[in-house]
Design a protein around this ligand. Structure first.
Ligand SMILES: NC(=O)c1ccc[n+]([C@@H]2O[C@H](COP(=O)([O-])OP(=O)(O)OC[C@H]3O[C@@H](n4cnc5c(N)ncnc54)[C@H](OP(=O)(O)O)[C@@H]3O)[C@@H](O)[C@H]2O)c1
Length: 296
């Protein structure tokens, strides 16, 4: 599988396996989690996306149990995790409401607990999960730099940031922010035209696309987009999920989709999307179906 180089010594697999839903299929046994990881590694999918909040603050530990059972596996993986969402569940059950916390104290504690939960000694990339309207940019930028200097975190990035959020945080940091993980798919096409994608493309920053299959909706909602996906999949002798991922992968800005299936058979087939090159007319057929009309 192709690799994307984010810096001199950080590269990720072109497709990333996301662990938001890791605990949702009801089987968190070490064997089951290890199986999912192995199926990814077998295809060259070496990068795994976590967040402190996944599984109501339990998914990192679920991954950590698998890493503890097979320590060699850690060296084959790159691990992304995120912080700043405080939601009243799990360890934050006593909090009165959901809020964001980008303070030095919270980020430092969050990183320490992510390392402990995943039983690892460094995080390959730490993302600020959501832009925090109450952020002290100097403090947040400084703690990210300090965490990189300490070696606990190898690189920093953001998620769901608008260009102005990115510029603000970046202006207070020595290290470069290396990615922005945003929602992007055939059912969330706006980043193509609202500046979110162009902003990063211009800077040579590779973005990550979360929910690249629209959280599965693309494959079940029987609408115009579904019919177009079906037609293109037929033309390419492929399947709908592969085509929907290939549509993202074909974009020249080299976006990294973060896929989230828990189904072992579907995991096994993820790599097929990297071998499928969508031609321009098919790309536009899907785009047109996504926006609901032909381009002007
Ligand atoms: N940064 C952020 O704010 C943010 C937000 C959300 C997610 N994320 C990241 O993005 C990752 C992916 O998100 P996602 O899980 O929503 O991505 P997704 O890949 O768009 O959707 C996965 C869902 O689609 C279903 N699905 C996949 N193939 C299917 C098929 N052929 N037919 C029917 N259903 C199908 C899966 O069900 P099965 O399991 O049954 O296959 C699963 O429920 C997350 O794990 C997380 O790492 C980040």
């Amino acid at each position: 599988m192709e690799r994307v180089h984010f810096s001199k010594n950080i590269s990720f697999s072109r497709i990333i396996y996301g662990m938001w839903r890791l605990t949702e299929d009801g089987n968190i046994s070490v064997e089951h989690i290890t199986k999912k990881i192995s199926l990814c590694l077998d295809q060259g999918i070496t990068t795994f996306d976590q967040a402190d909040i996944y599984g109501d603050y339990s998914a990192e530990e679920t991954l950590g149990n698998a890493i503890a059972a097979d320590k060699a596996i850690r060296n084959k993986m790159e691990i992304i995790t995120k912080c700043d969402i405080v939601a009243p569940c799990g360890k934050f059950a006593a909090e009165p409401l959901k809020y964001y916390n980008t303070s030095k104290e919270h980020i430092t504690q969050s990183v320490n607990s992510s390392l402990k939960n995943m039983k690892i000694d460094h995080i390959d990339m730490l993302l600020i999960h959501r832009p925090d309207p109450f952020m002290n940019a100097d403090e947040t930028g400084q703690v990210l730099d300090e965490l990189i200097k300490s070696g606990k975190v190898r690189a920093a990035g953001v998620s769901n940031f608008k260009p102005w959020d990115w510029n603000l945080l970046q202006s207070r940091m020595e290290n470069p922010l290396l990615t922005n993980q945003i929602e992007f798919s055939l059912s969330k096409h706006e980043p193509l035209t609202n500046g979110d994608l162009s902003f990063h493309y211009e800077k040579g920053v590779n973005i990550m696309a979360w929910s690249p299959l629209g959280g599965g909706r693309l494959l079940v909602e029987k609408n115009e987009l579904y019919s177009t996906l079906k037609r293109i999949a037929y033309n390419y002798e492929s399947d709908l999920a592969t085509i929907a991922l290939a549509w993202i992968l074909s974009h020249p800005s080299r976006i990294l989709p973060v896929v989230g299936t828990n189904n072992l058979e579907r995991i096994r087939k993820i790599h097929m999307a990297t071998d499928t090159k969508i031609d321009r007319a098919s790309w536009f057929a899907l785009y047109s179906a996504s926006i609901g009309h032909e381009v002007p």
